[in-house]
Design a binder for this molecule. Structure first.
Ligand SMILES: [Zn+2]
Ligand SMILES: [Zn+2]
Length: 301
């Protein structure tokens, strides 16, 4: 396949002394290379996902690899036909990922769990007395996750600490394997688990995306697709014969990985809906939104 565009997913924990100035320079760089996407910059590092032409993405990687602040990034690269973001957004934040720990906060540069490479992870998943813990949000694991993983019913990453404290019994005394999309959330979350007193904690190096690209494991043991925060919404992971769809259409219950946003703007909720049901029932998360939307449209005549 000879695709004209690339999608890059990356992060780097590294000291950025003046995030505002760094962000301004980074904006110029991205404008010059006509990249689109979302980038967060903080004193503790950078976290981004961007799309651009193959040549411009190569130049972007070259510039970051040559900068001591960002050298050593483990780039995740997808081939695409075009941009997967509508625009570029570069924001300065307190942290690149936040667990809302307040006084107890720490940086993964000081504390994080042991990384497992894809082959080590595949082996570890099969051991006894392990728990596989998904560190993502509920709408992410709904369309795909490692078989047998514990799936915290949290809508946001910052809800995970409370979830862990409420579910200690499920994790106590076990070897904990934690994973997320590209690895950055686990850098922090696995450090939090260590701080909480769990001492047998491991994280999937490079996340699900790297696991899916690895030629030795080919995504083995992963079910469904991997949710991504761009217009693609999800990407395939498991390239073995055991791959299957696990999520269901909200209407008919048939297999579907098709996320849509509710057409009633004030709701805008994301829901799973197969093509047939969208055509038949309209792009609404439920009958109530459909009714309200149709009534409000009628009111404008
Ligand atoms: Zn359906
Ligand atoms: Zn709705």
């Amino acid at each position: 396949m000879n695709s004209p565009y690339e999608v890059l997913l990356y992060y780097k924990y590294s000291r950025i002394a003046d995030p505002e100035t760094y962000a301004a320079e980074h904006r110029d760089l991205c404008r010059r290379l006509a990249l689109k996407g979302r980038i967060l910059i903080a004193r503790e590092g950078i976290n981004g996902t961007v799309s651009g032409t193959v040549g411009n993405c190569a130049e972007y990687r070259r510039v970051l690899d040559a900068d001591p602040v960002t050298a050593g990034i483990a780039w995740k690269i997808d081939q695409e036909e075009g941009h997967v973001f509508p625009k570029m957004s570069i924001k300065v934040r307190e942290e690149v990922v936040t667990l809302d720990l307040g006084e107890e906060d720490f940086t993964p540069e000081d504390l994080t769990a042991t990384h497992l490479k894809p082959e080590e992870w595949r082996k570890a998943m099969k051991e006894e007395d392990v728990v596989i813990l998904d560190a993502r949000n509920d709408y992410e694991w709904e369309i795909g996750r490692f078989a047998g993983a514990i799936l915290p019913d949290v809508p946001s990453f910052r809800d995970l600490p409370k979830w862990v404290r409420d579910h200690r019994a499920e994790l106590e005394g076990k070897k904990i394997l934690t994973y997320c999309t590209g690895g950055i959330r686990c850098e922090k979350f696995s450090g939090f688990l260590l701080k909480e007193g769990f001492n047998d904690v491991f994280q999937l190096d490079g996340g699900i995306v790297t696991y899916g690209k690895d030629e030795a494991v080919r995504g083995e043991g992963y079910e469904g697709e991997c949710y991504v925060f761009d217009e693609r919404l999800s990407v395939p992971v498991n390239r073995t014969d055991g791959a299957k769809v696990i999520s269901k259409c909200a209407y008919c219950g048939g297999e579907s990985i098709r996320y849509r946003n509710c057409r009633w703007m004030p709701c805008n909720a994301q829901f799973l809906c197969c093509e047939k049901c969208e055509t038949g029932k309209g792009r609404y998360c439920g009958p109530l939104c459909k009714e309200v939307d149709i009534m409000s449209r009628a009111a404008h005549y």
